[in-house]
Design a protein around this ligand. Structure first.
Ligand SMILES: Nc1ncnc2c1ncn2[C@@H]1O[C@H](COP(=O)(O)OP(=O)(O)O)[C@@H](O)[C@H]1O
Ligand SMILES: [Mg+2]
Length: 350
């Protein structure tokens, strides 16, 4: 159907005002002259007044100011329509969002302005980052697994011969050598299991994660004299389908980190519940916390801040959760504690 715009008298102002794109009209110095409803929503504002009293620099992250000033010059002086860019903007509550921006001149009554069209791409960026992180983890894991495999065989041979030598004569050094070799082989075995979770092909079975959480907690009994535990395990009938051994080890690794994060006394809370077709597990500790710059390192093989750490625990956790199409998010504050939030999809009954 052809829409006869002229005779129907379409109100173009309303079209822009209610457009699904966020639109701003900006003056030479970045002053905001107009903003539509979608734009108010983007910045979490209620009335146009709240935005008109500010300029574009208020909403733009300072690292993009110089480039954006040059872009505005190109619009006003050269009347150029500019290429699309991605910037970080600030909502009224200071929350940062990723925004894709297109800017072009807009002419009205012999004046020129800049029209800025914006699209919130925060979710898209987060997904891209997640995929990139997974790829990075997978490729580091593959290299590590390759090396582990190559080194494991000769070391196993050395250990075998050492054993034979020990049978014919004894020497205190031989015991130390054997112990050290066993440690090295254990590390390699751990690494192989972490980077190739399918190494021991496990069947997929229904798992009651509440039950697993309770039995794993019992393994830490000794430390639990000084650490309080708060358990809130609900919806235990909601079972996930997956590889049980992998989950047992992942939950063990998370709990071990929580226990190790607490220096003396503290609290660990463990929650299990079902929401929106996912089983959620939250393991929180009141321990040392993780500084912001280290958060992104978590899950990288061998990243450890502990003198006797392997840095493989979280790698195993991340690979297990990703293999089961789940998500993990981490919140932490130095000196206050850390929460690991795991979500695993539960298949609906057919
Ligand atoms: N609950 C936690 N609280 C504080 N830091 C943590 C926590 N969990 C993990 N970390 C940090 O992440 C690093 C890597 O953890 P992990 O992969 O389990 O290796 P490891 O425990 O052997 O160091 C730890 O060394 C620690 O710095
Ligand atoms: Mg650990």
């Amino acid at each position: 159907m052809k829409l006869d715009i002229e005779s129907k008298g379409i109100d173009f102002h309303q079209l822009i005002e209610n457009s699904i794109n966020s639109v701003l009209i900006v003056g030479k110095k970045g002053e905001i002259l107009y903003c539509n409803k979608a734009c108010l929503d983007l910045f979490h504002l209620n009335t146009p007044k709240e935005i008109m009293t500010k300029d574009i620099w208020f909403f733009l992250h300072s690292s993009f100011h110089d480039n954006s000033k040059n872009r505005l010059k190109r619009v006003f002086l050269k009347r150029e329509k500019l290429e699309r860019i991605e910037v970080k903007m600030k909502r009224s509550n200071s929350e940062l969002i990723d925004v894709e921006v297109i800017t072009a001149p807009f002419y009205s009554e012999n004046h020129v302005f800049a029209q800025v069209s914006m699209l919130d791409i925060t979710d898209r960026k987060a997904t891209e980052k997640l995929l990139k992180d997974r790829e990075k983890l997978a490729s580091v894991g593959q290299i590590a697994a390759g090396i582990a495999h190559e080194v494991k065989n000769p070391l196993t041979a050395v250990k075998g011969f050492l054993h034979l030598i020990k049978e014919s004569k004894s020497h205190p050094y031989l015991d130390i050598m054997e112990d050290e070799l066993t440690k090295a082989l254990n590390t390699l075995e751990n690494l192989l299991q972490v980077s190739k979770p399918d190494l021991h092909d496990e069947p997929l079975i229904p798992i009651d994660l509440c039950k697993e959480l309770t039995s794993i907690l019992a393994l830490f009994m000794e430390r639990l004299y000084t650490i309080d535990v708060s358990l809130d395990l609900r919806d235990s009938e909601k079972k996930i389908v997956g590889k049980k051994n992998l989950f047992q080890r992942a939950l063990f690794n998370l709990m071990k980190n929580a226990v190790e994060a607490i220096e003396e006394k503290g609290l660990i809370s463990i929650e299990h519940f079902y929401k929106d077709e996912y089983v959620h597990i939250r393991i929180s500790d009141s321990g040392v916390g993780i500084p912001n710059e280290k958060l992104k390192m978590l899950g990288t093989p061998f990243f450890s801040t502990k003198s006797n750490g392997t840095g493989l625990g979280l790698t195993q956790v991340f690979t297990t959760i990703h293999e089961h199409h789940g998500n993990i998010s981490i919140q932490s504050e130095v000196g206050k504690g850390t929460t690991f939030h795991v979500q695993i999809p539960v298949k609906k009954d057919e």
